[in-house]
Ligand binder design. Structure first.
Ligand SMILES: N[C@@H](CCC(=O)N[C@@H](CS)C(=O)NCC(=O)O)C(=O)O
Ligand SMILES: [Fe+2]
Length: 233
């Protein structure tokens, strides 16, 4: 079982991955304002939520991971390079998590942020903001690096099988899924572009700062839950 959910406020995608035999499940990039929807879905389908995973410390919304940990005793996981010491699992490139007999592989894809990670599950890759559909995450805040982003995409994501389905962290134009082949062939920032050309594009996006960045980044370093609540368990 697999679900792709969308937060209209931040255009964020959240993904539910389920191992049908064991009913163990994972949420990738859950959004705080949708926590009741996640809990209803978990109850309805009789799931055992095992992990709440982040593709990075988000700048545009607050994560539901810490609240889910409080309510459902899940483990929260984020790259060790995110500076989110409150997370239960500090993930490294190559780490493998399991739901039932299925594996979720962590692939470090720094660039949008130093701790950005992608998750490979069967024929699907959840790229966060490392690779978007016909785009990629910006690299102009949170220690971002266009050069690292280029290397992550070319040397890690684009070495996956062409058939791998690409599920992004956001889409601002209603698109839901792509593939490695599609992004290699028609991503306008990458297809036929040199590394220098990519860096030039990324350094001249001139995007406004995300509205919530000053609230979301510190909150997400502690899994989105205020510290006193963590202290109380
Ligand atoms: N207007 C949005 C900005 C969102 C934004 O900057 N998103 C980041 C990902 S966290 C990005 O990389 N956007 C790429 C783009 O807008 O092309 C907000 O205020 O939250
Ligand atoms: Fe982001």
């Amino acid at each position: 079982m697999f679900k792709q959910m969308f937060d209209t406020e931040s255009s964020t995608y959240t993904y539910l991955l389920v191992d049908d035999n064991s009913r163990e499940a994972v949420l990738i990039d859950p959004v705080a304002s949708h926590i009741e929807d996640y809990i209803s879905m978990i109850t309805l389908h009789n799931l055992q939520l095992k992990y709440g995973l982040e593709t990075h410390v988000h700048a545009d919304h607050i994560t539901a991971s810490g609240m889910l940990r409080k309510k459902l005793a899940i483990k929260t996981g984020v790259s060790e390079l995110c500076g989110a010491s409150a997370a239960d699992i500090q993930l490294k490139d190559g780490d493998v998590l399991t739901i039932g007999s299925q594996t979720i592989q962590v692939i470090a894809t720094p660039g949008h942020t130093p701790g950005s990670a992608s998750y490979l599950w069967n024929d699907r890759i959840f790229t966060g903001d490392a690779l978007l559909i016909n785009g990629c995450g910006r690299t102009d805040f949170q220690g971002g690096s266009a050069e690292m982003q280029y290397n992550s995409i070319m040397n890690k994501l684009f070495t996956l099988s062409d058939d791998t389905l690409v599920y992004p962290g956001h889409d601002y134009n209603g698109r839901r899924v792509s593939s490695i082949a599609q992004e290699k062939n028609i991503n306008s920032r990458l297809a036929g572009k040199t590394r220098d050309a990519f860096i030039e594009i990324m350094n001249n996006l001139n995007l406004p700062k995300p509205k919530l960045i000053d609230i979301a980044v510190p909150a997400n370093r502690i899994c989105g839950v205020p510290e006193p609540e963590i202290a109380q368990g």
